[in-house]
Design a protein around this ligand. Structure first.
Ligand SMILES: Cc1ncc(COP(=O)(O)O)c(C=O)c1O
Length: 374
């Protein structure tokens, strides 16, 4: 089967690009002297994760309990669930922990710590925990400067029902950067905040085995990760229009795109109607801080070459509108022709599909099915 034979909307994974991206991140982690625990939420597939852990220690990061269960069933035995755990999910998480070599949970609040501890005590098991730290993203995590944060780490480490692994952060503020230099500063800050906090905890007698950081932008530029033990990038497997805009990758590195069909043609407004909307591309606003008119993705020809001057200007549920800065040449982009869109956020767009067509060049070589649900 060839790309042109696919029913649209179709999610495409360019396997050559994905393998290059994975090899590059593996080399980066080796060069920086840290373990690579890839975040697999970007694609949520066993096949993709197996490629990512090749030559690595085998641990992965997930963002839902459903992913954890899916990857455990697929043979992964060292998993970090990198979202603070909801108390109501603890019984299921504890069951899963019993079937794995290691299942790390995250807490960033004393009430959550108490709930994890109570669950472990009641079941007579020991649960692995990380203390989630806020290194400037202000989404989740404790303030590393606050005395209560060190006290919470000490409490986790002292509990006979918990195996305190260490501290973990995600510098998601790197996505707000405009240049590689700005990202470099965030990467250095992420490292420094975490290394310093780990140092203070150790000085207070708390054992900190793991200092875990990671986002795709910061890992794309990090030059020195002294004090860090582990990195957890995820988006790097695919990259997307946002990563290309902020300087984490080149457009040619992007391994994920959405194939759509032209179903309407309006030369008077230089627009094409496409058979995929927000449920094929997601409505992530993209890198508007770099390019306010970026629209909802980069428009490419069916073969993947970017089409200069084109934007996806509007999305409704199942309609997408692409507009050209130039008049449409007569006969161009006829109804039924195909376009590829590089979405603003590949993790969100990929999660909208039940299957991905895995391609090498124009050839469809495989089909991968992601974990679904929560
Ligand atoms: C806790 C955590 N770790 C790691 C990652 C991976 O970051 P990225 O997709 O930028 O590589 C994410 C992404 O949201 C995350 O939330």
């Amino acid at each position: 089967m060839r790309v042109g034979d696919l029913r649209t909307p179709a999610a495409l994974i360019d396997l050559d690009a994905l393998e290059r991206n994975v090899a590059r991140m593996g080399a980066t982690a080796a060069h920086l002297g840290v373990r690579l625990r890839p975040h697999v939420k970007t694609h949520k597939t066993l096949e993709g994760a197996r490629i990512q852990v090749r030559g690595q220690f085998g641990g992965i990061t997930v963002s839902t309990l459903a992913e954890a269960v899916f990857f455990a069933a697929g043979g992964f035995s060292d998993i970090t669930y990198a979202v603070p755990v909801a108390p109501a999910k603890l019984a299921e998480a504890a069951d899963l922990a019993g079937r794995l070599d290691r299942f790390n949970l995250l807490v960033d609040h004393s009430d959550a710590a108490a709930a994890v501890e109570a669950c472990a005590r009641e079941r007579g098991v020991v649960l692995s925990v990380f203390l989630k730290v806020d290194c400037g993203y202000h989404r989740a995590g404790v303030d590393p400067e606050h005395a209560e944060s060190a006290a919470l780490a000490a409490r986790l480490a002292a509990s006979p029902h918990l195996d305190f692994r260490g501290i973990l952060t995600h510098a998601g503020q790197s996505y707000h950067c405009r240049t590689a230099d700005e990202i470099r500063a965030v990467a250095a800050h992420e490292r420094d905040v975490m290394a310093a906090f780990a140092g203070r905890l150790r000085a207070a007698g708390v054992r900190v085995d793991e200092v875990s950081v990671g986002s795709t932008p910061t890992l794309a530029v990090a030059a020195d990760l002294t004090g860090i033990t582990e990195v957890r990038p995820g988006n790097y497997a695919f990259f997307d229009a946002t990563q290309a805009a902020i300087g984490s990758c080149a457009l040619a590195d992007v391994a994920f795109s959405v194939l759509l069909t032209v179903i309407g043609r309006y030369p008077e407004r230089r627009e094409l109607l496409l058979d995929g909307g927000a449920l094929a591309l997601s409505k992530d606003p993209g890198p508007v801080h770099v390019d306010p008119a970026c629209g909802y993705g980069i428009v490419c020809a069916a073969g993947g070459e970017p089409l200069p001057g084109w934007r996806v200007v509007s999305l409704s549920q199942e309609h997408g509108l692409a507009r050209s800065a130039q008049p449409l040449p007569t006969g161009s982009f006829p109804i039924g022709s195909l376009l590829r869109i590089v979405p603003n956020h590949s993790c969100l767009a990929a999660a909208l599909f039940e299957r991905y067509a895995v391609v090498r060049g124009d050839l469809v070589v495989d089909e991968w099915c992601p974990a679904r649900g929560w």
